[in-house]
Design a protein around this ligand. Structure first.
Ligand SMILES: [Zn+2]
Length: 160
C-alpha cells in the first residue's frame, strides 16, 4: 500500500514535469507580473493563446481562439488585453500593407517572411551581427529603438 502511494506520487511528479516541459506558458503569471502588468484571467488567456500558436494572428483570430475557451469574452476586451500586453512589451504588433494588425509573441530579434501564396507569416531569426551591420547603415546621430524587416515572397514548396 505504502509502495503504491509512493509510486503514485512519483508518477504525478513526472506528469507535472512533463507538463511543464511541454507547456511554455507554465510561468505565464510570473511573466505577466515581471512585466509590471497586472495579470487578469482575460490577459492571461489572451497571452496564452498568443504563446501557444505563434502564427501571428489578427485580433479577430485571437478573439475566435479565446472565445472557444471563454464564450462570454467580448472583442473589446480582446483589444484591451492586446493593447496592455503590447504596452508592456510582452507582444509585438505589426501590420503589412495596410492590412489588419497582427500580433507576435516572439520577443527575440527577428524579421518576418510573408508567404504571398499562403498568407502565412514566418519568423526569421536576426543574428546580433546582422542587427549591428544594419544599424551601421544609419548616420551616427540616429538612435535605434526597433527594427522592422519583412520579406515578401513565396516558399519554394508553395510554387507546386
Ligand atoms: Zn514574429
Amino acid at each position: 500500500m505504502r509502495a503504491r502511494a509512493l509510486s503514485l506520487a512519483a508518477k504525478q511528479q513526472v506528469a507535472a514535469m512533463t507538463a511543464a516541459a511541454a507547456n511554455p506558458t507554465a510561468h505565464l503569471s510570473k511573466t505577466l507580473l515581471n512585466s509590471g502588468l497586472r495579470g487578469t484571467p482575460q490577459r492571461e488567456l489572451v497571452y496564452r493563446v498568443l504563446l501557444q500558436t505563434r502564427d501571428h494572428p489578427t485580433a479577430d483570430e485571437v478573439f475566435a481562439r479565446v472565445r472557444a475557451k471563454r464564450p462570454t469574452i467580448s472583442l473589446a476586451t480582446i483589444y484591451n488585453c492586446l493593447d496592455a500586453l503590447e504596452a508592456h512589451n510582452l507582444i509585438r504588433a505589426f501590420r503589412f500593407e495596410g492590412r489588419s494588425t497582427r500580433y507576435c509573441s516572439n520577443l527575440e530579434p527577428h524579421a518576418h517572411f510573408r508567404d504571398k501564396a499562403t498568407g502565412l507569416t514566418h519568423d526569421i531569426t536576426l543574428p546580433p551581427e546582422t542587427l549591428d551591420a544594419l544599424k551601421k547603415l544609419l548616420p551616427a546621430n540616429c538612435a535605434v529603438d526597433d527594427i522592422e524587416i519583412t520579406f515578401h515572397g513565396r516558399l519554394a514548396s508553395s510554387h507546386e
